[in-house]
Write a protein that binds this ligand. Structure first.
Ligand code: BGC
Length: 436
């Protein structure tokens, strides 16, 4: 539970200042805002999000433009910090203080938790008028609803189990084929190391550690094991030999990262791959937004491939915005316009072209999308049919925030402490998964 009442305003305010004060390094400024629309602003819509990297800022600028075109003033409430932990801390403090933003980037089971606090607005009128029930995959619509009512609007589908590779670096190191299994991956990584380059660009933050970890569990154990251990949190699966093997593989990856990885932001790790300093990065396809913003072309400059052993699976991460209950009628109108814009075809195309994700709205024309997005789109449909579509824990799609938070801490402790035995790592993660 969010336990809003237990948060003191003072503590939250301090963390808010800390989080707001943190600047994402080397994040280019958002694209210049277009000239204000001719119509007078009907209402100011304040939107909390954590999209501050180059590709992310370009993407959210499109939403701002669309809202301005509808005559609304946009108040940007960006809280830097990949994965959104900082943003969620700041959001809690604003809600506790009785001053929520109009909309906030909230996703997965957290949507249910916020709705159960009674603070979210009902979006059914817009959803009905715009036919959301027929335009959304059922698995997504269910997450957006609380007690059968829409309380959040989905933006996209990110695939998390990607491996990004720099083509020139692979050529330099003599890696002929993109690795598709973990043994192949380690053989390729050895070659990169020998060539004097960094094999794995990694950002040592707990959500990034976990992003790599869940790729490994999926690749080593397969979809059913991932479901049992990471989604159902089955104690037997969590303490099985497959989990031991997963942790061994995970630890081995660390030996291919550079010494400067602790604390590094994800987009700086992506920049290492873009700039030919590193060969690979394990990251969701928001990383593609960085390649795109840098003018790089998939297949020519870089490669997108499923993380080793995960080609028949798809870890999904759906971004969405929940709206907070506001009293003012013009503010409510702005929220309805925002919800409609998010699910509209214009936004779904232009936002996702920049963001690296694929539209969540069904039957969108994919003509303008690149090969990585087309592969993602095909795999999303195929894995949904065959049973390989699984929620990402690292990106808060699978289990309540309290559980995923404890699991992330346990995984990062193992990653950071080379002296911790694999057996202790397994034990700690299983204990964290039992958090109530
Ligand atoms: C979000 C993405 C975002 C990424 C890095 C993920 O959890 O879903 O939209 O780009 O974090 O900040």
């Amino acid at each position: 539970m969010l336990k809003l009442s237990k948060l003191t305003i003072a503590v939250a305010a301090v963390s808010m200042m800390a989080a707001c004060g943190k600047k994402e390094e080397a994040a280019p400024a958002a694209a210049p805002a277009p000239a204000p629309a001719a119509a007078p602003a009907q209402s100011t819509v304040e939107v909390l999000h954590w999209w501050t990297s180059g590709g992310e800022a370009k993407s959210v600028a499109e939403l701002k433009r669309i809202m301005q075109d509808k005559g609304h003033a946009w108040k940007d409430f960006a809280v830097a910090g990949g994965g959104g932990d900082n943003a969620m801390t700041v959001l809690k403090s604003r809600v506790v203080a009785g001053n929520p933003p109009a909309a906030a980037q909230i996703k997965g089971p957290a949507i249910q938790e916020w709705a159960s606090e009674g603070v979210l607005a009902n979006l059914d009128e817009t959803a009905k008028a715009e036919n959301w029930d027929t335009l959304l995959p059922g698995v997504v619509a269910d997450v957006m609803k609380y007690n059968g009512n829409y309380v959040a609007a989905p933006v996209n589908v990110h695939r998390v189990n990607w491996m990004w590779a720099n083509k020139a670096v692979l050529d330099k190191a003599g890696v002929k084929a993109v690795p598709t299994t973990w043994p192949e991956f380690f053989a390729a990584a050895d070659k990169v190391k020998k060539a004097g380059l960094i094999a794995v660009a990694h950002g040592g933050q707990n959500w990034q550690d976990f992003t790599t970890f869940e790729d490994v569990v999926l690749g080593v154990g397969g979809t059913q094991f991932y479901q049992d251990a990471m989604v159902k949190l089955d104690a037997k699966a969590l303490t099985s030999p497959t989990m031991t093997k997963s942790l061994e593989t995970f630890r081995k990856i660390k030996s291919y990262t550079d010494a400067a990885s602790p604390g590094r932001d994800w987009n700086l790790a992506t920049a290492m791959v873009i700039q030919e300093k590193a060969a690979f990065q394990f990251m969701g396809d928001w990383a593609k937004g960085e390649f795109t913003a840098a003018g790089k072309v998939p297949g020519t400059d870089y490669i997108c491939a499923a993380a080793p052993g995960t080609a028949n699976a798809f870890t999904f991460n759906v971004d969405s915005f929940a709206m907070f209950k506001l009293k003012d009628a013009t503010a409510q109108k702005a929220q309805a316009d925002l919800a409609a814009a998010i699910m509209g075809t214009e936004f779904q195309e232009v936002f996702n072209l920049n963001k690296g994700s694929i539209p969540v709205r069904l039957n969108m024309d994919m003509a303008k999308f690149d090969d990585c997005a087309k592969l993602s789109s095909n795999d999303f449909v195929a894995t949904a049919k065959a049973g390989g579509l699984v929620p990402s824990i690292a990106h808060e799609m699978a289990v309540p925030p309290a559980v995923s938070g404890a699991m992330k801490d346990a995984v990062s402790q193992f990653w950071n402490d080379d002296k911790m035995s694999v057996a202790d790592g397994v034990k700690n993660i299983a204990k964290a998964a039992a958090t109530k």
